[in-house]
Design a protein around this ligand. Structure first.
Ligand SMILES: Nc1ncnc2c1ncn2[C@@H]1O[C@H](COP(=O)(O)OP(=O)(O)O)[C@@H](O)[C@H]1O
Ligand SMILES: [Mg+2]
Length: 144
């Protein structure tokens, strides 16, 4: 495994939330997180943890239908869910690309479709579901 890859096993929602909180603490202006993993793997719970560390207490839910949800915290947070997007052009039409290169914190679920648009500094997080239902969370681009 390359040295900048961190692999963590989470046994519960609460542990995933805690990992999210740790990620939230290292946020700076312009931090972009790409969250990948199957439906129900815990992407939104992780996003909730990040939001909590940014001082956001309102409920964070999957913005599957709204696509882009904005929250006001220590930094403005944009939580994006691209599950329903058909092509990268749609993302550009929504003004998404501007969010990737400004001073907000951005979390993107199902970011695969816009892979080529992501900044080099993006923190990539891959969640997989183990046979025993634990979650394996692999983080690339930062140590927490
Ligand atoms: N270790 C774990 N970490 C995160 N979620 C877990 C874990 N074990 C079970 N779950 C369940 O998996 C689901 C994850 O939901 P959610 O965060 O909305 O997933 P996603 O956004 O990836 O579709 C929740 O129902 C949660 O209770
Ligand atoms: Mg989700």
């Amino acid at each position: 495994m390359p040295p900048d890859l961190l692999s963590i096993i989470s046994h519960s929602d609460q542990q995933t939330l805690e990992i999210g909180k740790r990620l939230g603490k290292i946020c700076q202006k312009g931090t972009v997180f790409s969250l990948r993993g199957p439906l129900g793997s815990g992407k939104t719970i992780l996003a909730k943890g990040i939001a909590l560390s940014l001082g956001i207490t309102e409920p964070v839910t999957s913005p599957t239908f709204t696509i882009i949800q904005e929250y006001n915290g220590i930094y403005p947070l944009f939580h994006i869910d691209l599950y329903r997007l058909d092509n990268p052009e749609e993302f550009e039409l929504l003004g998404g690309e501007e969010l990737l290169f400004n001073e907000t914190v951005t979390i993107i679920e199902w970011s695969e479709i816009i892979d080529s648009l992501l900044p080099d500094s993006t923190i990539s997080i891959n969640i997989s579901i183990e046979k025993n239902q634990d979650r394996r969370i692999v983080i690339q681009g930062v140590s927490i």
